[in-house]
Design a protein around this ligand. Sequence first.
Ligand code: HAM
Length: 413
Amino acid sequence: MIQAIRGFKDIFGKEAKCWQEIESVIKDCFKLWGFEEVRLPLLEKTELFKRGIGDDTDIVEKEMYTFTDKGGEQITLRPEGTASVIRFFNEHKLYGTDKFFKFFYLGPMFRYERPQKGRLRQFHQAGVEFLGEASPLAELEVITLLFHIINRLGIKNTELKINSLGCSECRSAYRESLLNYYGSKEEQLCDDCKRRLKVNPLRLIDCKSEGCGKLAESAPLVTDFLCQDCKAHFEELKKLLSENGISYKESPYIVRGLDYYNRTVFELHSTDLGAQSALLAGGRYDRLSGSLGGVHIPAVGWAMGIERVYSLINGEDVIKNDKKVFVAFTGKDVENAALSLVYKLRGLNVSTEFDISGGSLKSQLRRADKLCSDWVVIIGENEVKTGNYQLKNMKTGEQKLVVEKELLDCLKN
Ligand code: HAM
């Protein structure tokens, strides 16, 4: 038998039900905060991610699913949603049509990473992008939203880590200082970092290799190089978070693996997840639109990994158990009456099943049990003649004879 591709996963049964609930809670919260959905293509021109995320990031260097299509164009399965949102925003000339733009998306992303617990090659993100506001109030807006979602889903033991990467001016002073620090230690760096040192020394700070991690501990910190404005922005954000009851930890080692960020970056970690503990990550990216040839517009956003959210949730607690009804009938003669009742109940939004192959009453009742039905209606010739139905409560075992109106009233949600 042909099997699924490594790192690609089927989601079905109880897990799929739990996903539906997670997505429905998330969408509900997006609505409360005024974010509107944008459904973007899974494939984009490779150039979008190369220029958007950065040529020398791990994602672009090693992890993209890139193909040449039949027309000879280089295309890539989207590894994330932010660059696509900016592409869409500019392509549809939305700038100027409103003061702010709040978009959300939900769907699969693709990265050729080494699969492990909490890390897949096709994974799913729910993300928000808030365009048009440069003040830290925009960060507050998206961060309060993420906590609302986490609370609604009942996720505990999380920690918000924040950092500021400053602007291009702060960054060039910081870059100099990193080059100085690492210059004499080049031999101790891993091969990737030896190369990164030349193109993007900031990357060295979050290298996962043991040797580089040790060196990073004594490396200069970006927050010591912030200019007045960037410092004020970061201080204001921290004040806003505290005033709004959001606890956070300053974490100068968060530099993020995508190049488009400036000023604020943040990650939400869970102590209940293993090595892949980031539930969600994001930040400000005021230069991305301009760097892709679009308008200059400040922006901030985050994306949440749904697989990681799912692994923290007790499915049974999240799945909403709507009433389930099973209609059983005693032969061909009453099949029509049974079907008409099934469709009437479904028309009233009651989840209703029956055994399409008929069969003995006993086998139908077994099926009702297997489907965890809450109620069973039994229809025989007598019931059709008298208009009285047998209604059985499967939890209590209680059975009573009811007229149709009574039955519908009792089973309506
Ligand atoms: P990211 O940190 O690359 O950021 O991904 C965000 C989240 O997606 C991670 O925190 C994690 O929960 C999940 N995730 C990433 N890779 C995988 C994987 N291979 N398997 C399972 N889950 C994964 C971004 O994608 C940015 N676009 C976030 C953003 C939005 N920044 C501004 N706006």
